[in-house]
Write a protein that binds this ligand. Structure first.
Ligand SMILES: Cc1cc2nc3c(=O)[nH]c(=O)nc-3n(C[C@H](O)[C@H](O)[C@H](O)COP(=O)(O)OP(=O)(O)OC[C@H]3O[C@@H](n4cnc5c(N)ncnc54)[C@H](O)[C@@H]3O)c2cc1C
Length: 525
């Protein structure tokens, strides 16, 4: 082997960087090998459309990261390395075909007044959901941040049981098993109010009728109401640069444009990796793989390295539908039919209603391009005006959910279908914001295939690297026996969006796995 480290981390997504930094802080000699020509994975920003316009290429909303244990212990150092946040008190809204909109702000009374004007029952239901959030979210967020299984998770469950008693546990159980449609139908009356919560489900692969799909939209909708929405001031890459700077300060090494092609296993133990340059690098204490289960089982490990049942589970791991991104620079704020106030919200959902989400989800699963996809419109420069020159704006439109491969009579796949589908997306946007086409000064379109090309973990354009349905969530993510980041190969660990607690900038798996590696090593000494 030509290079010698204590730990090699595969992939410089935020989880890989967090794991590497945590190990480097403890004195490990760490190498991070990243296939792309820059670190960050699905977290980065670039001037995609025009000079001076900074776009978050993939993820934007940093709320999960800012709520993480890693951030709590590293906030000062991250700021020292140039990372600061810009926050919006107007996190999200939904717009409707009749030229109206509903918005959720951190001023609960303002949100309730808007709901009350249309339906007192919606306002009452929203109050009940908010009370439920206040009661259940401490337990749910604590469980979310714990390793699964772990004593911390067991303690969270026990304390939840003690404080909530049986009736509370029944409410929690029903919430965990409900679909987003069941949740909104139970509490809200009008289609418009329901359309404030249900679209969040399709940020993952929770079509409105998927069991277990209510929790994420519920938590996101009310956490945003309580805390607003935060983005990285100056672009997502400021966070990546800060993480890399801290890693290097602790002696860690990052190699970009370096793909790991194999984990070297000797006597059932991971001892290093092979790189696409042909070089072999040794890892004396740990290999930490921030890759997908299919890549781990299919390419990185040999047939004999994994027991049959685990290999089968990893190879059969399923991915959710894809996402397409339209990035735009604008010469004016979005001319919303619902009025200029809407241009001040961080996210605007256009589905418009729950039934439209259901149809779009069914289309994507059947391999069709939805006629009315969910458009998530991100008005990032409204949250962080430094993203564009004076008078200019940056905008992205996430188009969800889409099939991994488009049905096309020609053979060009997404390269062929994306430009025409982007036109259809712009036509839909034009119905809600007449005249938007005239203020677009630059555009970049990223199809689901482009997403995967940029980050191999976004398989088929799945933005969270694997379906979050119950069959591969919690203790089953990515497979039974591996949710605690251990693999059947000694000293080989798996982290990232395909492990518990799943996709999102939560920094959980990287931080938890690294701490677990350090604890185990300390015990071994
Ligand atoms: C369009 C989009 C929008 C999103 N919006 C949000 C949002 O607003 N908020 C939020 O919280 N989350 C969002 N997400 C989800 C979130 O970005 C991801 O879940 C998260 O970034 C995953 O981080 P990670 O560290 O686990 O892996 P990734 O960021 O996927 O990084 C994995 C890295 O590993 C590298 N890699 C893979 N295989 C190899 C190999 N063999 N050798 C070397 N390197 C390898 C890849 O190149 C990549 O850099 C979004 C995702 C997308 C795609």
């Amino acid at each position: 082997m030509t290079g010698r480290y204590d730990a090699v981390v595969i992939g410089a997504g935020h989880n890989g960087l967090v794991a590497a930094l945590t190990l480097a802080e403890a004195g490990y000699r760490v190498l991070v090998a990243e296939a792309a020509d820059q670190p960050g994975g699905a977290l980065r920003s670039a001037e995609l459309t025009q000079p001076g316009y900074v776009h978050d290429v993939f993820a934007t909303n940093l709320n999960l990261f800012l709520g993480s244990a890693f951030y709590a212990s590293h906030a000062g150092a991250l700021e020292h390395h140039g990372f600061t946040v810009a926050a919006s008190a107007r996190p999200y809204a939904s717009a409707f075909p009749d030229g109206t909109a509903l918005g959720v702000t951190t001023d609960r009374d303002e949100t309730l007044a808007e709901l009350e004007a249309a339906s007192p029952r919606d306002a009452a239901g929203w109050r009940e959901l908010d009370a439920l959030f206040e009661r259940l979210s401490p337990v749910l967020f604590r469980a979310y941040a714990a390793r699964a299984p772990s004593w911390e998770l067991a303690r969270a469950g026990l304390e939840a049981f003690k404080s909530a008693r049986t009736s509370g546990m029944v409410t929690l159980g029903r919430l965990l098993l409900s679909s987003s449609r069941e949740l909104v139908d139970e509490y809200l009356e009008t289609d418009k109010a329901k359309a404030l919560i249900a679209p969040w489900g399709l940020h993952l692969d929770f079509g409105p009728d998927v069991a277990g799909g209510a929790v994420f939209p519920f938590l996101e909708a009310f956490a945003d109401q309580h805390g607003g929405m935060a983005v990285a001031k100056g672009g997502a890459s400021t966070l990546v640069r800060a993480l890399v700077g801290m890693l290097q300060e602790h002696g860690g090494e990052l190699r970009t444009s370096t793909r790991v092609t194999r984990v070297v296993v000797r006597d059932g133990r991971a001892v290093g990796v092979e790189l696409d340059t042909g070089e072999r690098v040794s890892a004396d204490r740990a290999v930490v793989a921030g890759v997908t289960p299919t890549a781990l089982a299919g390419e990185l490990l040999g047939q004999a390295d994994l027991p049959g049942p685990i290999r089968r589970a990893l190879s059969g791991y399923r991915y959710g539908p894809g996402t397409m991104m339209l990035h735009m620079s604008l010469s004016a704020p979005v001319p919303w039919a619902a009025g200029e106030r809407l241009a001040s919200f961080a996210y605007v959902h256009l589905a418009p209603y729950v039934d439209d989400l259901a149809r779009a989800y069914a289309d994507a699963l059947a391999g069709r391009l939805p006629a009315e996809p969910l458009l998530v419109v991100g008005q990032t420069s409204a949250v962080d005006p430094t993203r564009a020159p004076d008078g200019g704006h940056t905008l992205w439109v996430q188009v969800r959910p889409l099939p991994a491969t488009p049905p096309t009579r020609r053979r060009g796949g997404w390269a062929d279908a994306a430009p025409r589908y982007a036109e259809r997306v712009m036509q839909k946007l034009e119905r809600y914001a007449p005249g938007i086409g005239e203020i677009v000064t630059g555009m970049a379109v990223l199809s689901p295939a482009d997403l995967e090309r940029e980050d191999a973990n976004l398989v088929g354009g799945d933005s969270v690297s694997g379906s979050m349905h119950l069959r591969q969530n919690f203790l089953l993510r990515p497979a039974w026996g591996m949710s605690g980041y251990r693999t059947p190969v000694r000293d080989l660990w798996m982290i990232g969006a395909a492990t518990w607690p799943g996709g999102g900038l939560n920094a959980v798996s990287g931080y938890q796995a690294a701490q677990h590696i350090l604890r185990r090593r300390r015990r071994a000494w």
